[in-house]
Write a protein that binds this ligand. Structure first.
Ligand code: FMN
Length: 176
């Protein structure tokens, strides 16, 4: 592979899709009191002391500004049976919250019922990530439900740990 200018975006996205991830929904309460939710595969752990996590949001996401202004947010790790929620929260401007069972956590960030784990965070840092903004959150509370199976995202398709493959509902223009 040559200089960076020669990186072909489609091939690059495809190569990035070789990295299997889980699927999370990032949630927060916007300044106007409405609930925000975005499907994210870019979640990762960062630090234990202090307890930090990260994810990166596309600069084109409608919720980006509200997320940068939020005083807190939550990471909801989706289970195998929550594929429909991944699709729902990946549709910009949709009615994302209809019939989504949840409670309110730190700074009124929604905690989605049935998630594998919740991480409630206060904003720690925002970094430039090119066409994305990198969010680092400091975890103030968490819960985990280890009995459930995770939802996996790999090569642009949903899978379970057993390897059964299903395409996402939403045609994704990105590498996620
Ligand atoms: C499996 C999956 C993973 C995704 N991961 C990310 C991600 O890491 N960062 C991102 O900005 N968008 C990601 N998306 C796309 C956003 O969920 C989508 O653009 C969403 O509509 C953004 O919400 P908004 O535009 O209403 O703010 C992902 C979508 C899917 C289906």
């Amino acid at each position: 592979m040559g200089a960076l200018a020669e990186v072909e975006p489609r091939a690059f996205r495809q190569a990035l899709g070789q990295f299997a991830t889980g699927v999370a929904v990032i949630t927060a309460q916007a300044g106007d009191g409405s609930a925000i939710g975005l499907t994210m595969s870019s979640f990762n752990s960062v630090s234990v002391d202090p307890p930090l996590i990260l994810f990166s949001i596309d600069r084109k996401a409608f919720s980006l500004q509200a997320m940068t202004e939020a005083k807190g947010y939550a990471v909801n790790i989706l289970g195998r049976d929550q594929e429909h929620l991944s699709n729902k929260f990946a549709k910009a401007l949709g009615d994302k919250w209809a019939a989504v069972e949840h409670t309110l956590g730190h700074m009124a960030a929604p905690l989605i019922a049935g998630a594998l784990a919740h991480f409630e965070c206060t904003p720690y840092a925002h970094y430039d990530g090119g066409d994305h903004v990198i969010f680092v959150g400091r975890v103030v509370r968490f819960s985990a439900y280890p009995a459930n199976e995770p939802l996996i995202f790999f090569r642009g398709a949903y899978r379970g740990l057993q390897g059964t493959e299903r395409s996402p509902e939403w045609p994704l223009p990105m590498h996620y």
